[in-house]
Design a protein. Structure first.
Length: 520
């Protein structure tokens, strides 16, 4: 059975924790704390869809596949951004779907889309529910109702082609289930975003996700070979060859389409043999510029360590302070974690190490690299513990070219600090690198104001304006959702907007899919 996340927090409800004492002391020193409990026993808005309207769906999919119980609707309300959590904690469930529909096949999905067109019902595809950009909070005005199209029953490994190194995965498979099924064939996908434990294969494709091992394995969109999609206008099956010149690559229109163009039901992915060797290590650099320059040199030398993750001075300070080794080893500056997986880890370490040392890095050994691996899925639980004590924590991200990295970093950092005030901690890391540039991923922690939502939106607006003004992207891997929509038109221009609207009109003429998400 699929593990359900806590309705008001991240992750496994059994793993919810209070703020660890060591972290509490640190937070007291920098930000301050005060109890901010969540609302309990919150009633949902009534289901607005008449029972007769759902009868045809029950008849076609089975009664178990159409659910209107409050408990299920609550778990399909919005995603897991900090604003989503703040609303859930405050008892605001206004975006709850009227019903949750669980198709068991591609054909079931097609039936739901036809039904939704006939009855003018908005449909929100739901993968793992880990969206951080409001991608699951579609607009419902103008519709007879809104259903969450929950893909959790589409959870099978459909086929493996060992010779071509591809596998076909159903869209609702969560990260761990997909890795376990592939491991039984000696294979791995190698996509490990921080949301890995709950996010789904279809969600990765629909948002163009990028995982922690992107330096070596690439982004999720790089791994996609083929797609099966149910659209309101009919089926779309793409990817009949590893590459082709048959016009523009329509797979690119589906990747990142956030449920607005169709429902992805199967994804064919590139896979690779499970690594026989793994090693993680850390390096220190004098400052963020020196560390970023070293990463650039590694990647431009054609080297591909599996993980490359550089924290700026502030994030390095917080990471080290939260471990037992506070200042113990005299590490100043910035911490770089490097991971290697494959058949010749020793050779890769030597080659990458030579570049890092040549760029002024100091090798720190394995301990901190391994500590990062051990704790890499833990931070989202800590966010909840911090929200419990009145600390606003949220992340945002962008990407730019190497030559503009410093300018974009300074602009976004200053915008966040100015908006959130002097007591706010603004941290940054680089963990996705390309020959031409990199992403910048910011985390903020600030004392919660009386209206933390308004406080965050003001900071988010300032940071987003700074990104676009500096010529960077509004998102490197979190996607557009509803939250980034105001900036998308500035990034892609009026012709880009017209192209998106044209595709939408072709595949979803009655605009039932995810209204208000992605399309300006
Ligand atoms: C704590 C945390 C850490 C995160 N870390 C990362 C990270 O390291 N890297 C990263 O890239 N992202 C990260 N994210 C963001 C999020 O996990 C990704 O966007 C992920 O790809 C979403 O997958 P999902 O299955 O949860 O999709 P959902 O949240 O269910 O949906 C996301 C969007 O895609 C649509 N959608 C979902 N499934 C389908 C489908 N089958 N067909 C069509 N549309 C669909 C939805 O309607 C929605 O608009 C993180 C989020 C959280 C909360």
């Amino acid at each position: 059975m699929t593990l359900e996340m806590h309705a008001q927090r991240w992750g496994d409800p059994a793993a919810a924790e209070t703020l660890p004492e060591s972290t509490r002391a640190l937070v007291e020193a920098f930000v301050g704390t005060r109890p901010t409990p969540s609302a309990t026993d919150v009633a949902l808005p009534p289901n607005g869809l008449a029972a007769e309207m759902l009868d045809p769906l029950r008849a076609a999919l089975g009664a178990d596949a159409v659910l209107t119980e409050d408990g299920v609707r609550r778990l399909r309300t919005r995603g897991k951004s900090t604003p989503d959590l703040l609303r859930a904690r405050a008892g605001d469930l206004a975006d709850a779907p009227d019903a949750v529909v669980r198709p068991g096949s591609h054909d079931d999905v097609a039936i739901v889309l036809q039904w939704a067109q006939e009855h003018r019902v908005a449909v929100v595809p739901f993968g793992g529910g880990t969206s951080v950009t409001g991608g699951l909070a579609a607009r419902r005005e103008g519709y007879a109702g809104l259903v969450s199209l929950d893909l959790l029953r589409l959870d099978a490994l459909v086929a493996v082609d060992q010779e071509s190194r591809t596998a076909v995965l159903q869209a609702g498979m969560r990260g761990p289930a997909a890795e376990a099924a592939l491991a039984a064939h000696g294979l791995t996908l190698g996509h490990f975003p921080q949301s890995f434990e709950f996010a789904s294969i279809g969600g990765f494709a629909a948002t163009r996700s990028s995982g922690q091992a992107s330096a070596g394995f690439g982004r999720f969109d790089d791994m996609v070979v083929g797609l099966r999609v149910a659209t309101p206008a009919g089926d779309l099956v793409l990817g009949s060859a590893p590459a082709n010149a048959a016009g523009p690559d329509l797979r690119e229109l589906v990747l990142g389409s956030e449920g607005a163009f169709g429902v992805i039901t199967e994804v064919t992915v590139r896979v690779r043999p499970v690594a026989t060797q793994k090693a993680y290590e850390a390096w220190a650099f004098a400052d963020f510029d020196a560390g970023a320059d070293a990463m650039r040199r590694v990647i431009q030398a054609g080297l591909r360590p599996t993980v490359l993750r550089l924290s700026d001075e502030a994030e390095t300070m917080v990471n080290l302070a939260s471990q037992t080794a506070i200042g113990g080893e005299g590490v100043a500056g910035c911490l770089l974690v490097v991971g290697f997986e494959g058949a010749d880890v020793a050779g890769a370490r030597e080659a990458v190490g030579a570049v890092l040392a040549g760029a002024g890095g100091t090798a720190l050994g394995a301990e901190r690299g391994e500590a990062w691996v051990a704790g890499r899925f833990h931070a989202p639980y800590l966010r909840d513990s911090l929200l419990d004590v009145g600390v606003l924590v949220e992340t945002l991200e962008t990407a730019t070219f190497w030559s503009r990295r410093r300018e974009v970093y300074d602009a976004v950092r200053s915008a966040l600090q100015a908006s959130l005030g002097e007591k706010a901690l603004v941290l940054c890391h680089i963990s996705h690198v390309y020959e031409t540039g990199c992403s910048l991923y910011f985390t903020v922690a600030a004392p919660q104001a009386d209206d933390p939502l308004a406080q965050w939106w003001a900071a988010k607006r300032a940071a987003s304006d700074a990104m676009i003004d500096a010529g960077a992207t509004i998102t490197h891997h979190h996607a557009v959702g509803t939250d980034h929509l105001p900036w998308l038109a500035r990034e892609i221009g009026p012709v880009g907007v017209a192209m998106l609207r044209g595709v939408k009109a072709a595949v979803d003429p009655l605009l039932i899919l995810n209204p208000g998400v992605l399309i300006p």
